[in-house]
Design a protein around this ligand. Sequence first.
Ligand code: ATP
Ligand code: MG
Length: 349
Amino acid sequence: MTTATTSPAVTTAPAFTADPAAHRVLTGDRPTGPLHLGHYFGTLQNRVRLQRQGVEMFVVVADYQVITDRDIADRLAEHTENLVLDYLAAGLDPDRATIFAHSAVPALNQLLLPFLSLVSVAELNRNPTVKDEIAHSSQAAVNGLMFTYPVHQAADILFCKADLVPVGQDQLPHLEVACTVARRFNERYPRADGSPVFPRPEALLSTAPLLLGTDGGKMSKSRGNAISLGATEDETARLIRGAKTDTERRISYDPAGRPEVSSLVLLAALCQDRAPEEIAAELGDGGAAALKRTVTESVNEYLRPIRARRAELATDRGHLRQVLRDGAERANAVADATLAEVRAVMGAI
Ligand code: ATP
Ligand code: MG
């Protein structure tokens, strides 16, 4: 096996608006809790934009990946339905996007076997995101799925031959695994005409690739530091009031020097669709209290229509399950075709 890995090309704006039909997007989330502002401004907003441009999209609810860092997938069905609820409320259209749980697509999971043969144990061991997740895991022992899930993610991406993956910054090491798997598979198993089976997927980062939570760490569903899209306005105000800041009264936008304050400024800026420097200058010497008031008002105003849609959609759980069934049917057809091709180029009968 060659030891060189393949870094993903990273773009911050979809460069292909001229030809959306030529591309395919895969993104997804773990059903570990409700989606939060980090998801929205990190990837979800870009997904909705891409969908509006007419790009074909697959959205995976990564249910097997829940048990990478915990023993049991708690309230799995409820979390899965609520993810779909958040997607639809944010603007994903199930008629245009294929939304499915990867445990419902057997052929996708089978790709994991040949893909695992393409990466070394040393490569699995040095993945920085996996290391960070192990550090935050409450499990007594690290399980095998934790080390191999980036390869599972490569299967999520490559089963539908996606070439663009809107993600947050923590996912870049995993995209590198997907690119490496695609390249090594193509080298080892070319088609009869020499053409590659898999594309090289590209990461699409937003302007908020790593939104911080109320404790100053990465905003995460599982770390108790998130403001969820479905939170009430009062809950939102309470959470933002408790967010970590610093003692300096002058508000500035300096992500490296003042990460917590800057993340709040960025949040207000994203909601108001303005530059963070402008928001900081406006707040001037107002201190953390004024900053938090502005952020609370901006977030609640921005999310009001999304929350109203969410409340409406939440009354029909049957529809959410139907979206997943329809998505699984479409995803299975695509995965079966890809697995058949993989088996053929490998020489399996
Ligand atoms: P968990 O704590 O269960 O791992 P999470 O909040 O990290 O949940 P994931 O389901 O792991 O969410 O991530 C889904 C997608 O959202 C990924 O593309 C990830 O990069 C992106 N994302 C998650 N958190 C943030 C964040 N704070 N800022 C920007 N993007 C994020
Ligand atoms: Mg995560």
